[in-house]
Design a binder for this molecule. Structure first.
Ligand code: ZN
Length: 189
């Protein structure tokens, strides 16, 4: 099974984004993870559409956009137009996940659902066959610098088992508190 690395823009130096984008372009990163926070679904606010549009002009990597926003269906098209390649929305923030998956696909983008630590993997299983990716949060969404929650690891195993059983082409992304010390734990589940 292939493993990909998608470093988060939250770790960038916002005073000198161009330099950090150049570093990402030169690195072995597979994707670029872009965390959008709205101050409603999560307490923090990160950045929005104009920033992503600007980055798109200088970064050739896959834009892996993680929307931590309420009512993501209102903004999917605008994030697609801004340059997102993968659009991840939160199960907890969306009234009709099936409709939003369809809409993202119709926009020509890859569709993905994320679940917060308190949401069971079972919530997403009905949508799995339509998804390009499922994102397992290993911290509470909305803050950088939290410790990795190892109790979320069984969800990775549950998704992997289901994806193999049903022969689906769905990535599993794991997001939050991951570094050199625990990456082995993440990929071995
Ligand atoms: Zn994220």
């Amino acid at each position: 099974m292939a493993h990909l690395i998608s470093p988060s823009m939250l770790s960038a130096n916002f005073c000198n984004l161009a330099q950090d984008i150049e570093m990402i372009n030169q690195s072995q990163a597979d994707w670029f993870h872009i965390d959008v926070m709205d101050g409603v679904f999560v307490p923090n606010i990160s950045f929005g559409l104009p920033v992503i549009e600007s980055l798109r002009k200088t970064c050739g990597l896959v834009f892996d956009v993680h929307l931590m926003i309420t009512e993501p269906e209102r903004y999917a098209e605008r994030f697609a137009n801004a340059g997102a390649d993968i659009i991840t929305f939160h199960y907890e923030a969306c009234a009709d996940p099936a409709a939003l998956i369809k809409k993202i696909r119709e926009l020509g983008k890859k569709a993905s659902i994320s679940i917060s630590p308190k949401t069971p993997a079972e919530a997403v299983l009905p949508f799995l066959s339509e998804l390009d990716m499922v994102l397992v949060m290993t911290v509470e969404p909305g803050f950088g610098g939290q410790s990795f929650m190892a109790d979320q690891l069984p969800k990775i195993a549950a998704f992997r088992k289901e994806i193999i059983k049903r022969n689906l082409k769905c990535h599993i992304e794991v997001d939050g508190g991951i570094g050199e010390k625990n990456v082995d734990l993440v990929v071995s589940n």
